[in-house]
Ligand binder design. Structure first.
Ligand SMILES: C[S@@+](CC[C@H](N)C(=O)[O-])C[C@H]1O[C@@H](n2cnc3c(N)ncnc32)[C@H](O)[C@@H]1O
Length: 365
């Protein structure tokens, strides 16, 4: 398993937020109806999923339903099991179910909750294709009240589950209660932020002045002040806000995203039929590494840069010939070696697609 830094307890204010949220729900629902998400690599995804010859597809990241809609429109005989942990996405899935009667089964839950939820809807070994479109949706980013966005000021929330899970920590809770060393680890591991220690130190110091960082703007300014500037270049030399990596790190931590993805891929293996496909769209190297490791059969606990060749050499030193055969038994066959990335045109129209990588594998056992 990927290291999980769940060391914090829900605070009283967290419980207060849960109490207050139902009151604002109806106005939020009106806002959500207006928000939508442009599906990334949509044509390529549909083609690679082989939707035309599928009967059951699981969309593990329904979001605004962009990919699910495309799947339903591509073939009249396909049924979509539409999973999302976000209650807003679940409402969207219910709307789509009305539009395509008998063909959409909405499920509200995160991957680690699915074992109990799925058995009513589908049997293991029966699904033709499973899609993961990782990260957060535009609906989550575009609504300031969800606290995902640097550019729109709002409460530091970032819970994809909304108020569905009692006691789940918000980003503000993490910043208000985390130990300095744990905060530094979050920014370093999940954000690959080189100023992680300095930012963590400044968060602790801010507690004496502000008590609690409450808004996305407050947190973004603290990070920018710690680093010394507002904007910097990303790996591809594109300008980004200097707090982008810390926002990503907090979001990953609050939602336990990497462990969830690891769990989801194990579940996908269980539910796919032999020869069924999993298609994964990832948006940063931490997600991509997990997908790649599953497909190559590399254990999550092995050192990060160990390729399949090195893994085999290590195994030969330790195992007998018989043991080695089962060790090499592969669960997935990678469909194509090259990673699929978006065209310049798609990036121009939908900048969110700029860092996406598509990988696909078949279940071979
Ligand atoms: C990038 S969006 C998907 C967008 C969608 N493909 C579309 O075209 O509208 C990712 C979605 O996955 C959901 N999600 C992320 N992690 C999840 C998990 N562990 N379990 C269930 N849903 C998850 C998020 O709530 C979000 O709605």
């Amino acid at each position: 398993m990927i290291p999980l830094l769940n060391f914090l307890r829900p605070s009283r204010s967290m419980r207060m937020i849960n109490l207050l949220l139902p009151l604002v729900k109806s106005s939020q629902q009106t806002l959500y109806a207006k928000l939508s998400h442009v599906p990334v690599l949509a044509e390529e995804t549909i083609e690679i999923m082989n939707v035309r010859s599928a009967s059951i597809v699981m969309d593990m990241t329904f979001g605004g339903g962009g990919h699910s809609r495309k799947i339903l429109e591509t073939s009249n005989s396909v049924k979509v099991i539409a999973v999302d942990r976000d209650p807003v996405a679940y409402l969207k899935a219910k709307e789509l179910a009305k539009e395509f009667p008998g063909r959409v089964q909405p499920i509200l839950g995160k991957y680690s909750e699915l074992r109990d939820l799925l058995h009513k809807e589908v049997q293991p070994g029966n699904v033709d294709c499973i899609l993961f479109d990782c990260g957060s949706s535009s609906m989550q980013y575009d609504d300031p009240d969800r606290g995902f966005s640097i550019s729109k000021d709002g409460p530091l929330d970032m819970r994809m589950d909304g108020d569905r899970i009692p006691g789940q920590l918000t980003a503000a809770d993490v910043l208000a209660n985390g130990e300095e060393s744990d905060l530094a680890k979050i920014f370093k591991i999940y954000g690959e932020e080189k100023y992680a220690k300095k930012i963590a130190r400044n968060i602790i110091e801010s507690r004496y002045l502000l008590q609690r960082l409450r808004t996305t703007k407050e947190f973004a300014s603290l990070v920018a002040n710690s680093i010394g500037y507002d904007t910097r270049s990303d790996k591809l030399d594109r300008p980004t806000h200097s707090a982008t990596k810390c926002f990503q790190a907090l979001r990953i931590f609050v939602n336990n995203e990497l462990n969830e993805l690891d769990f989801g891929l194990h579940l996908a293996y269980k539910y796919l039929r032999r020869g069924g496909r999993v298609v994964a769209l990832t948006f940063h190297s931490l997600e991509d590494r997990i997908v790649k490791r599953h497909f190559l059969g590399i254990d999550m606990d092995e050192p990060i840069n160990q390729g399949i060749g090195q893994k085999m050499k290590n195994a030969q030193k330790v195992y007998s010939k018989d043991e080695l055969e089962s060790y090499y038994e592969k669960k997935w066959s990678v469909l194509f070696k090259e990673i699929i990335t978006p065209s310049d045109e798609e990036v121009r129209i939908n900048p969110r697609s700029r860092s996406v990588k598509l990988r696909c594998a078949l279940k071979i056992e």
